[in-house]
Unconditional design. Structure first.
Length: 445
């Protein structure tokens, strides 16, 4: 996933790091102290809780931003103390709270529970998110420039590369901290209109990337929250392209969890929101629509969308730089998913072989592992046990370096599916290997 921000060439780091307090000082600091400081501020003759009043105090003592809830403050009108729902002016505040949720071990099982993927999630429309931009607060005490935007975009690219190579469990915590500690402060800082728009766009893409990482980690509720924050910030910056990408990413998440109807709704919304109609963009969107329609049981629409994706890819410019990682190999993957959802498992296996034949440098290590396990599962389903074992062993060879919840689940599934076939020597060896590697990973998680 590569940042879509129209920023200038790479420049040196821009933002100044906040000074961290000595260990002895931070060890006795409490959030109630922030609340006491904030409540001491008098505005227009009355005492009013203000997060801005204690912002410098919190940053100095903790070295990071804080939320209203952490400070023991009631949120001002229009701002939510928690993370349930997006209110007009809490997009930036919410980024800080999301990082805290994702890092709290006591909440991880809740965040990752499949039931917390909301099929009824309200997706803000374009006009709505643009209107919300007017409510974003600005801190006149700090200012950002082009170099800060370039740094955020470069960091997003690097974090996304780490995610692709090593998995969301490795990259997402770093992305969340960067969003909360650095980018959230930049979004509140003063800037000229051009820089501010670019910073909002860069932040929206980082929210998208972080949501993608959370999906890979298995934290689906958290991922949806990042996605919705990204939609808000994309609207604030007038960035139709990122808005479209996020909607499609949400459709991918829904489809991978087996929710056909929401996947269709989101894929169609992405197609309607796109600001351009190049052949590659058409393929990028139509392929996902085909997968979603197939899962929803809409066979005619699925096959029509798949034909549109194939036709558009044939007309696309040179595939040397696949758009959003989308190229001929991804069309083959979507063909496989459509065939599988419509009951053609053997055809799905053939399309996955096509996918691996067409892969190039734009395809990631993680997708190779995930699609390799899908190939093995479907080979087993059509009765090709030894071929399935060979496919699984190819995945297991590279699995230890990957920190991905999605890959973990597929390796766990391999052991479960192979258990009845352990009378076969190759199946026994593959079963033992998958179970051992998965158990080792589970103990480290």
């Amino acid at each position: 996933m590569t940042a879509s921000v129209n920023s200038s060439a790479s420049v040196s780091l821009g933002g100044r790091p906040h000074r961290r307090a000595p260990a002895r000082e931070s060890s006795i600091f409490t959030y109630s102290a922030v609340a006491r400081v904030s409540r001491s501020v008098v505005t227009n003759g009355s005492t009013r809780p203000s997060l801005h009043a204690c912002e410098d105090f919190g940053l100095t003592r903790l070295g990071r931003a804080i939320t209203y809830a952490e400070a023991g403050l009631p949120a001002p009108d229009g701002i939510s103390n928690g993370s349930a729902g997006i209110t007009p002016v809490d997009s930036v505040e919410g980024l800080v709270d999301l990082e805290r949720q994702g890092m709290d071990p006591s909440r991880r099982s809740l965040l990752g529970a499949g039931g917390l993927f909301s099929v009824a999630l309200t997706i803000p429309g374009w006009n709505e998110v643009v209107a919300r931009a007017k409510s974003l607060k600005v801190n006149k005490r700090a200012r950002v420039g082009e170099s800060d935007v370039a740094m955020v975009s470069a960091m997003t690219d690097r974090l996304s590369d780490l995610d692709d190579e090593f998995g969301g469990r490795y990259a997402r915590p770093m992305a969340a901290v960067f969003l909360s500690n650095t980018v959230a402060a930049y979004l509140k800082a003063d800037a000229n209109e051009r820089v501010r728009t670019k910073m909002l766009s860069a932040a929206s893409w980082l929210c998208y990337a972080t949501g993608w990482m959370a999906v890979d980690e298995g934290l689906h509720g958290l991922a949806q929250s990042y996605y919705v924050r990204g939609l808000e910030l994309a609207g604030a910056s007038g960035d139709h392209m990122t808005y479209c990408h996020i909607l499609r990413g949400m459709s991918v998440q829904a489809a991978n969890l087996g929710h056909g109807a929401p996947a269709v709704r989101l894929a169609n919304a992405a197609a309607e929101a796109t600001p351009e109609s190049t052949p590659r963009m058409k393929a990028f969107l139509s392929g996902q629509q085909a997968h979603a329609f197939a899962l929803a049981g809409e066979r005619a629409n699925a096959l029509m969308s798949l034909r549109e994706a194939e036709s558009a890819m044939d007309k696309a410019e040179s595939p040397s730089k696949a758009f959003g990682g989308y190229g001929p190999s991804t069309v083959a993957y979507h063909t496989s998913e459509v065939r599988h959802a419509l009951g053609d498992t053997a055809g799905s296996v053939q399309s996955l072989h096509d996918h691996f034949r067409l892969r190039d440098e734009s395809d990631t290590t993680r997708t190779s592992l995930i699609f390799g396990t899908l190939l093995a599962e479907r080979q087993l389903k059509v009765g090709h046990l030894e071929a399935a074992c060979h496919s699984w062993n190819d995945v297991l060879e590279r699995y230890p370096a990957m920190n991905s919840g999605r890959v973990d689940e597929r390796v766990k599934m391999a052991a479960s599916l192979l258990k009845p076939y352990r009378a076969n020597a190759l199946a026994q060896q593959t079963y033992d290997r998958a179970l051992t590697l998965w158990t080792d990973k589970a103990q480290l998680s």
